[in-house]
Design a protein around this ligand. Structure first.
Ligand SMILES: Nc1ncnc2c1ncn2[C@@H]1O[C@H](COP(=O)(O)OP(=O)(O)OP(=O)(O)O)[C@@H](O)[C@H]1O
Length: 335
């Protein structure tokens, strides 16, 4: 926040009401009267603010007089009125003849009607020295976090995120922040998180209603990262990359025993089946999933145009899914 010293103007309380006249005289019903909220920033601790109803032509000098009287300040001292526009980080000292209402009318509409300090647009009454310099009151400096919170509260910054769908977007990237992010998301029933194009899945050990046909459709042909992380997004990217590039695709699933690799493989097959059928074919899918071990035993292969392999290193057991030229699923093979 900066103060424009050069324009500092003093006004004494004892000089009496200025040209525009204090708000007390103004009729509250008068359409041309405006409510000013004035905060004193003085050496003595005070959190009080005063409300003045003034007319459009009330000068800063008159407003200072009225505000000082309303706040019960020492009338022998000198004060200045500053317009605070924290969005620009600035305070502008008003000349005694300046019209505070004119300034107020340039503020955002919400701040015009009511301007508490929290909105960032308000008037400040500050003591000045006899030589015209301003008596600075050293308020405790805001931390970067507080500043960010205040700006976010006023809509100048997006609200702070408490979880990140992609670990790459974490403001601080370390083990603690990664685990904290995964924990926060897990508590919100968000078991999937990206780390770039890698999907991290945390085993919920309970059924979540996020694998139905609606989700297959929702993730269909979407760029990775556009939607909430999901295993279907991975299947979808592999499927459409195979179609577009005519190149076999491989999805690698890795994790501890019991972490959910088999379950994830099933979800991938579920999604790939649905995509290839252009609809939800639970019957076909069930047949394919069930046929896996049989096919594996037979070492079965077929003529095909495209493969998506779901591999589980280091044991190298995996599943291959073949697609016909029409991109329909034609077979599945354990390998
Ligand atoms: N996404 C999920 N939603 C619900 N439950 C899940 C999910 N993933 C895993 N589980 C649960 O965790 C159990 C263990 O998962 P899974 O068998 O897939 O682990 P795994 O990594 O294949 O284990 P292993 O390496 O020993 O074969 C499953 O039986 C299931 O109950």
């Amino acid at each position: 926040m900066s103060v424009r010293d050069g324009a500092a103007t003093m006004a004494t309380i004892t000089s009496g009401g200025g040209g525009g006249g204090g708000g007390k005289a103004a009729n509250p019903q008068d359409g041309r009267s405006y409510l000013l909220q004035i905060y004193p920033r003085l050496a003595t601790e005070s959190s009080a603010c005063c409300y003045l109803r003034v007319q459009k032509d009330a000068t800063a000098a008159s407003v200072i007089c009225d505000a000082a009287a309303a706040l019960g300040l020492d009338p022998s001292r000198l004060y200045v009125l500053a317009e605070v526009k924290e969005c620009g980080g600035e305070e502008w000292i008003l000349e005694s003849g300046d019209l505070p209402v004119q300034r107020l009318l340039l503020w955002p509409r919400r701040a015009q009607e009511e301007h508490p300090q929290s909105l960032g647009f308000y008037f400040l009454l500050q003591e000045s020295n006899r030589d015209g310099t301003i008596q600075y009151v050293h308020l405790p400096a805001l931390t970067t976090e507080q500043q960010a919170q205040r700006l976010a509260a006023r809509g100048f910054l997006p609200p702070p995120q408490d979880d990140f769908a992609d670990l790459c977007n974490l403001p601080a990237l370390n083990e603690d922040s990664i685990l904290e992010n995964l924990r926060t998301r897990f508590h919100k029933k968000k078991i999937y998180t990206y780390a770039g194009s890698i999907l991290i899945a945390i085993n919920p050990f309970k059924f979540l209603p996020i694998y139905n046909p609606k989700y297959v459709k929702m993730y269909e042909n979407h760029q990775l990262g556009k939607l909430e992380p999901h295993i279907f997004a991975i299947a979808d990217v592999a499927y459409y990359a195979m179609l577009r590039k005519r190149v076999n695709q491989c999805i690698v699933i890795s994790g501890e025993s019991g972490s959910g690799k088999t379950q994830s493989t099933n979800f991938l097959i579920h999604c790939l089946t649905a995509l290839s059928q252009k609809g939800y074919a639970s019957g076909v899918e069930r047949t394919i999933l069930g046929a896996g071990p049989v096919l594996e035993n037979c070492g079965w292969r077929s003529r095909h145009k495209g493969w998506i392999g779901v591999a589980r290193p280091p044991s190298e057991e995996g599943t291959e899914i073949a697609f016909q030229p029409q991109s329909c699923l034609s077979c599945q093979k354990g390998c």
